[in-house]
Ligand binder design. Structure first.
Ligand code: HEC
Length: 128
């Protein structure tokens, strides 16, 4: 009898666990959309390996123009930020300070297209 009770307990435990597993498999990271993922990657780069945060703040000019201002100008001129970060287009925001930004292009030029797109998405997210 005790054996039976134990087996039943074990069964209940296993079936419970199984249910949890299938739930996870059915909805893998469903709560986060592709766009949000891109935004997260962009922020990670901006705050992490890109070190962009040290010169660019969301709404206010510090060493570099604010993220918002850059996004506004790029949007208004329909310009491609990815090209700028690959050093394939000229500065359009504050060309007089370009030399300060230019040093960073050695880093951004090594970014993958996906990373550049993510950074761009992050900049544009400040317009909303
Ligand atoms: C050492 C300070 C510094 C760091 C670090 C820095 N920036 Fe800049 N950035 C500037 C300055 C100053 C300008 C204004 C000059 C200019 O417009 O090129 C600028 C301008 C820009 C522009 C506008 C370029 C244009 O068309 O004029 C973009 C886009 C930009 N930065 C993105 C980034 C990203 C992305 C990073 C991180 C990978 C970064 N910056 C890191 C100083 C910096």
């Amino acid at each position: 009898m005790r054996k039976l009770a134990f087996t039943l307990c074990l069964l209940a435990f296993i079936s419970c666990k199984k249910e949890e597993e299938t739930k996870e498999a059915l909805y893998p990271e469903k709560t986060i959309s592709a766009e949000e993922k891109q935004l997260q990657l962009g922020q990670e780069i901006f705050d992490g390996k890109g070190m962009c945060f040290s010169c660019h703040k969301p709404d206010q000019k510090v060493i570099g123009p604010s993220v918002k201002q850059i996004a506004e100008i790029y949007k208004a001129k329909n310009a491609d930020m990815k090209l700028f970060l690959k050093e394939k287009s000229e500065p359009i925001v504050d060309p007089s300070q370009y030399s300060v930004m230019k040093a960073n292009l050695t880093i951004t030029k090594t970014f993958t297209d996906e990373e550049l797109k993510a950074v761009e998405t992050y900049f544009y997210s400040h317009l909303k």
